[in-house]
Design a protein around this ligand. Structure first.
Ligand SMILES: [Mg+2]
Length: 198
């Protein structure tokens, strides 16, 4: 599997990323995709439970910044409602938007994760920017525009392949650690040849 398309962590929803879990993962800042990650594509605002989650993270001191390919007026409106910083027109999968957010907010890249629902946008952009990447299940992806839906079948095939590789790795006796933050290493068992006998 290509590293720049492989998330460091997969969760069903951002709601699984509570402050204690983020602390355990060595993360203190999140760059957040918007559409299909925090809200449905066709709604303007996030649901109440996501708004409460954002408030909990902010109270816990977790750095937050929206990083979206959406236009400034739409993303800025949402950011303003929830007191968030934002980088619109991020051009993901290019890494520039992620890098700009990290630089503008003064985040430590080694302790920052890009969180989103698309391998070919969020994960790739986060990886290319040298960040931890977290893939979430998309919220109502059937509402997305055609050019995003076109990518979903290949994305599903890659995720199914990741599942197979993870199952295979889990059944392998020897593991080597992925070269990422130590607190995340145990999440990514990667099979390797057995060590030679001394
Ligand atoms: Mg999205």
């Amino acid at each position: 599997m290509l590293p720049f398309l492989t998330p460091h962590l997969r969760v069903r929803s951002v709601l699984e990323l509570d402050p204690p879990r983020l602390g355990g993962l060595g993360l203190d800042a999140l760059l957040l995709d918007v559409d299909c990650t925090l809200k449905e594509y066709r709604t303007d605002d996030v649901p109440d439970e996501i708004a409460a989650w954002l408030a909990r993270l902010r109270e816990a001191g977790v750095g937050l910044c929206l990083v979206s390919n959406g236009h400034a007026a739409r993303i800025g409106w949402l950011a303003g409602r929830h007191g968030l910083a934002f980088v619109p027109n991020a051009l993901k999968p290019l890494p520039w938007g992620c890098r700009a957010a990290v630089r503008q907010r003064g985040f430590d890249p080694a302790r920052t994760a890009m969180v989103g629902d698309q391998l070919f946008a969020d994960v790739m952009a986060g990886r290319l920017a040298g960040l931890v990447t977290i893939l979430v299940d998309p919220i109502h992806p059937e509402q997305e525009p055609w050019f995003t839906r076109l990518k979903r079948p290949l994305e599903r095939r890659l995720i199914a392949r990741m599942d197979r590789e993870e199952r295979k790795a889990a059944s392998t006796a020897g593991f080597r650690r992925a070269a990422i933050a130590p607190s995340l290493q145990s999440l990514i068992p990667v099979p390797c040849p057995p060590s030679p006998d001394p």
